[in-house]
Write a protein that binds this ligand. Sequence first.
Ligand SMILES: Cc1cc2nc3c(=O)[nH]c(=O)nc-3n(C[C@H](O)[C@H](O)[C@H](O)COP(=O)(O)OP(=O)(O)OC[C@H]3O[C@@H](n4cnc5c(N)ncnc54)[C@H](O)[C@@H]3O)c2cc1C
Length: 488
Amino acid sequence: MKGDTHYDTIIIGAGLAGLAIALRLRQRGEKVIVIEKNSMVGGKMDAFEWKGFRFDKGPSLFTQPELIDELFELCGKNPREYINYNKVDESCRYFFKNERLDLHSNKELRKKSLSGKLSASEINALEDYLQDVSASNEFIGDFFLSNPKPRLKDIFKRDLIIRYPEFLKLKFRTTLDKYNKRRFVSEKLVNIFNRFGTYNGSNPFKMSGLYSMISHLEINDGTFFPTEGMRSIPESLYNLAVEQGVEFLFDASVKVNKSVNGFELNTSDKLNSNKLVCAIDHLTFYRDVLRDDSLFQKYIKQERSSSGVVFYWAMNEKFEELGLHNIFFSENYEKEFVEIFGNKKIPNDPTVYVHVSSITNAKDAPVGKSNWFVMVNTPANEHPSKENIDALRHKVISIIETRLKTEVFSKILNEEYWTSKDLEELTGSFGGALYGAASNRLNSALKRHDNYSKKINNLYFVGGSVHPGGGIPLVLRSAKIVEQLIYE
Ligand SMILES: Cc1cc2nc3c(=O)[nH]c(=O)nc-3n(C[C@H](O)[C@H](O)[C@H](O)COP(=O)(O)OP(=O)(O)OC[C@H]3O[C@@H](n4cnc5c(N)ncnc54)[C@H](O)[C@@H]3O)c2cc1C
């Protein structure tokens, strides 16, 4: 900090969204400061090392890297001087009871790996589906994900009216599961495409079929992985932000008061600004930072998205059958969501996600060993006990051992884990929810928190809990939308 206490904009939270909006506003010539309660940037994109093993603690799936590159380019920099990443051929390996299906983003490889496992007509149905989700993505990406949330009066705007025929083709009036069942005979394909509903922490048996387009990013566009791991994404943006003159205040949990001309922070030198951007979970912001109980009570009524338990295992071996991303499906996928969202408990037979970054980045584990990130979806707000974690570990190991037909437990050299409680404490995610409110109603997309406050002038919102949604690409888009709201 340089001593002058007035800023054009104060940003609360130095996660990916806070970094992105800080860079965008700085590029507009603003004097900007980011207030962060921890001593580091990145929020959920945390990482740690243990004896030569490197683990990313949060995101593992990287799509639309061009949205990261765009931030460097905006600042006139070559992104490749700050961060590098490679395209990954194989999207994911899906392990079912007696079979494994591998999905590739390359059409030829995909067809080759599925032939003999799925009928020719199912493979064609899959290709048709991927074409349709690409079209929905083009339409929705354009209209919904890159703009402020539409309001009732917007539906009469001419540029929207001419798109109604396209809009009516979208499957927003049925659930994701029903839509997928209409498109596929194979229960395995239904499960695979229902699984994308969890990418925004929701229930595929309740959420709109509109979310089928989530699969477009992963399968049509493909996935990527940074050569220095996921953590290098926020680190590279932080380096850029410091170079560009964005200021940071770390280890600071602040309260904000609305002043005559803007906002004032309760710091000793009374930092103040014309504009404020909330880049943390909006519920935590209303409760702890703004202390506005009426807004807090208004939004707390919305159902939270799911949370998760993640085990980080340093493994004494490489496992040839695993890819970078692997899913071990439960026997009864629907029951799993009844347990998470209905009974609010850890699923009895969970679907397990295993990510092994050392497959792509060999330096992430010592030679001959591997680093496992093992995640299970769990309810938000219900923090698991030590006994719950022990029982879950036992189940997860048994599921993986059965499907891989090999011993796993004895190969774990070291374990750390993350639960909803850790996530809430570290990042302020309310209840440890991964993506803010759940999208478990057909109209949920329209109910997400806006990118600006209707009650307080010059208060804006970015990040995973607000429009257009959670996940790396969408939080980066939220920053773009706020820049647009302020300047266009
Ligand atoms: C286990 C896990 C796996 C995930 N997997 C993927 C994936 O594979 N792909 C993907 O795209 N996305 C994934 N996500 C989601 C993705 O991580 C988030 O959507 C994204 O990182 C959110 O960024 P953000 O800036 O909105 O929030 P955060 O990362 O939560 O950042 C918020 C920041 O604000 C700070 N803060 C909180 N309260 C205060 C306060 N009162 N004062 C000051 N600072 C405060 C926090 O310390 C934090 O630094 C995953 C998330 C988790 C947890």
